[in-house]
Design a protein around this ligand. Structure first.
Ligand code: SF4
Ligand code: SF4
Length: 384
């Protein structure tokens, strides 16, 4: 709290030191980002748009808005962090980094939403993650040492997402089965994405660096959000997301071709749609790969808002339940209208969100992770 007080007492001409100057200065206030922003679509208010939020950040930085102004708290929380605004910005504004810096101040210490705090505590501790995940025998380390590595080897290693290993253990198991060359080290921690997006930027980067040192060579991840954060900290050349990886694996595609054929109804081939991971699509630019994979084995149906956030957005579904449900409701209506057999997710948070929405809607469509789909595990997997 003393940190905030010192910020408020600064002369107005002194920057508060919350934001990187070059990031904050990049915005030219053109407004091209407004139509791309889901929260602006929800409220219709400038302050809930990327441009409006950057204005708020600037006012906070100059001291023209008090750090405890309720509009700041509201908008830092209402933003999904989906980074859709970055893809249409002519000035190359790195909004995602700005939001991380904002929340690092806005959600520091006791100001962090209470519902987020236990999640960060769990993700901080490797032994808790191991207990949660009960990493399956089939996904255990297959070769070599699990000790720290120089990171220069070409050997691919699998990143076990911290909550994914608890909620969807089949994903790690299935990608390890699809690619026997993947090394799996069960004694790994969180990549820090959760921290970086929820007001603990230093810890988020530190965890990513440590994971990058522990896991050798190319790191394959089954979570779009983790992929983007990890790549941001340790370098894009070290990180490959699962759909990118699987696209290169002929065996995986061949295996699933048979599965897709066997599960399609006699009347028509399997109809499959996709929900992009925001950070994977908007941060890493990976969106063609999952579509190409799915198009190889099923009738691929592009949902009108496949590239827009589903409302999961990390902890958003916990922190902003009402808005998250409103965004999800539109998504579920689209899926129903498309008459899909499966909707595929490339991120565990999206998968959880879609499964919840489809179950409540009593939909016939199942939500499945792309790795489970490729392995053909969806037939006996979670129900929608
Ligand atoms: S964030 Fe980019 S698109 Fe939006 S107002 Fe600023 S410069 Fe324009
Ligand atoms: S990150 Fe998403 S919700 Fe937040 S300002 Fe950008 S487009 Fe809007």
């Amino acid at each position: 709290m003393s940190e905030d007080t010192s910020r408020r007492e600064m002369p107005e001409s002194e920057p508060a030191g919350i934001f990187s100057k070059d990031l904050l200065d990049a915005c030219i206030s053109c407004g091209f980002c407004l139509p791309a922003c889901p929260t602006y679509a929800l409220t219709g208010q400038e302050q809930s748009s990327p441009r409006g939020r950057i204005t708020l950040m600037r006012l906070l930085e100059t001291g023209d808005l008090a750090a405890d102004d309720p509009t700041l708290a509201e908008e830092a929380s209402l933003c999904l962090g989906c980074r859709a605004c970055e893809t249409v910005c002519p000035a190359g504004v790195q909004y995602g980094h700005l939001l991380e810096e904002w929340r690092d101040e806005q959600w520091s210490g006791l100001k962090r939403p209470w519902i987020v705090r236990p999640l960060l505590l769990v993700a901080n501790r490797k032994w808790v993650l191991r207990l949660l995940g009960l990493v399956r025998r089939s996904a255990r380390k297959r070769s070599g040492s699990s000790s720290s590595s120089s990171g220069t080897s070409d050997q691919p290693t699998l990143m076990l997402g911290c909550f994914e290993r608890a909620l969807f253990p089949s994903v790690s198991r299935n990608i390890a089965a699809l690619d026997p060359n993947l090394t799996v080290d069960p004694d790994q921690g969180c990549c820090g994405a959760l921290h970086a997006h929820n007001g603990d930027l230093d810890q988020g980067r530190d965890l990513a660096r440590k994971l990058g040192e522990q896991l050798p060579g190319t790191i394959v991840t089954t979570s779009g959000g983790c992929a983007a954060h990890l790549a941001d900290v340790i370098g894009r050349d070290r990180v490959v997301e699962a759909s990118e990886w699987l696209l290169k694996q002929d065996t995986a595609t061949a295996q699933n071709t048979a599965v897709a054929r066997s599960t399609a109804t006699e009347q028509r081939p399997l109809r499959v749609g996709l929900q992009d991971s925001c950070h994977l699509r908007n941060g890493l630019g990976v969106w063609r790969e999952p579509r190409e994979l799915l198009g190889r084995t099923a009738t691929y149906v592009e949902l009108p808002s496949a590239g827009s956030c589903c409302g999961a957005a990390g902890t958003y579904a916990l922190v902003r339940k009402k808005e998250s449900k409103a965004i999800l409701a539109k998504k579920i209506a689209e899926i129903e209208a498309a008459d899909l057999d499966l909707v595929i997710a490339v991120n565990p948070g999206c998968l959880r969100q879609l499964q919840t929405g489809l179950r409540k809607a009593k939909s016939r469509t199942k939500a499945v992770h792309i790795v489970d789909y490729q392995r053909g595990d969806y037939r006996r997997g979670d129900k929608a």
